[in-house]
Ligand binder design. Structure first.
Ligand code: PEP
Length: 262
């Protein structure tokens, strides 16, 4: 990865953990995080935001949410706005996760509205893009990434676009145990960086942080992070296991110290 970009390791807890377990996990991460090279964020369920916000106070670990509604307020029963998330202490919010696109019918147009709403509320969006297995097998990966990237970023002023972190998450690798190889991840990240350059120029592209997500584990993080265009990870399942997630967070330190992988 490029030393000019600060890496981000973000844990997506998805729809897991009650309050007691969320508090316990947040405490374990806060205590184990140390002064690493990466920024760390916990993207927790709405119900756990207040509890985890309290635990993370004064620590370098940032709080985030997994979804938001694009309107700032109103009669939208069951929804949560970007403003409410910022007010609850969130710094980050995932936008366009493939589980939202696939299971809840979020189109690229909806993702674009959510992205704009997150930015308007002062949140830093983590925008997910990625191809399905079918798209990969029918050579449609680059088309899918282009469509998702452009639909989300078109019309955004460069100063706003600069606040976004991208996450390349091949859908076939999420929660499946199948990780993209470091070479596959690098190829996709380099492609996304090219799209970024076409959208807003070289300076924007070279500063854009692009995370990899899809079955990241303690065993594969070092090889992924060794790729020049991989700037961090969005971690699902393994972010619920403190030892494993802390090992992922400390990828560089442990790798540099020659520590054996668990
Ligand atoms: C994710 O939730 O974004 C994800 C990548 O999940 P997992 O690490 O479990 O594949």
């Amino acid at each position: 990865m490029n030393p000019k970009r600060i890496p981000l390791i973000a844990g997506n807890w998805k729809m897991h953990l009650g309050l007691a377990d969320a508090a316990k996990l947040a405490r374990e991460i806060r205590e184990g995080v140390g002064a690493g090279d990466a920024e760390v964020a916990l993207l927790v369920p709405f119900t756990a935001l207040a509890v985890v916000a309290e635990i993370l106070k004064g620590s370098p670990v940032k709080l985030g949410a997994q979804n938001l509604h694009w309107e700032p307020q109103g009669a939208f029963t069951g929804e949560i706005s970007a403003f409410q998330l910022a007010d609850a202490g969130c710094r980050y919010a995932i936008v366009g996760h493939s589980e939202r696109r696939r299971l809840f019918g979020e189109t690229s147009a909806i993702v674009a509205k959510k992205l704009a709403a997150a930015l308007a509320a002062g949140l830093l969006p983590i925008l997910c893009v990625g191809e399905t297995l079918e798209e990969r097998e029918s050579q449609k990966t680059w088309g899918a990434l282009t469509e998702q990237f452009r639909a989300a970023l078109t019309g955004l002023p460069p100063v706003e676009a600069a606040k976004i972190t991208l996450a390349y998450e091949p859908v076939w690798a999420i929660g499946t145990g199948k990780t993209a190889s470091p070479a596959q991840a690098e190829e996709a990240h380099a492609f996304i960086r090219k799209l970024a350059s076409q959208a807003h120029g070289e300076g924007f592209a070279s500063a854009l942080r692009i995370l990899y997500g899809g079955s990241v584990k303690a065993e594969n993080i070092d090889a992924l992070m060794a790729q020049p265009d991989v700037d961090g990870a969005l971690v699902g399942g393994e972010s619920l296991k403190p030892i494993s997630f802390l090992r992922i967070i400390h990828y560089k330190t442990l790798a540099a110290a020659g520590t054996r992988r668990p």
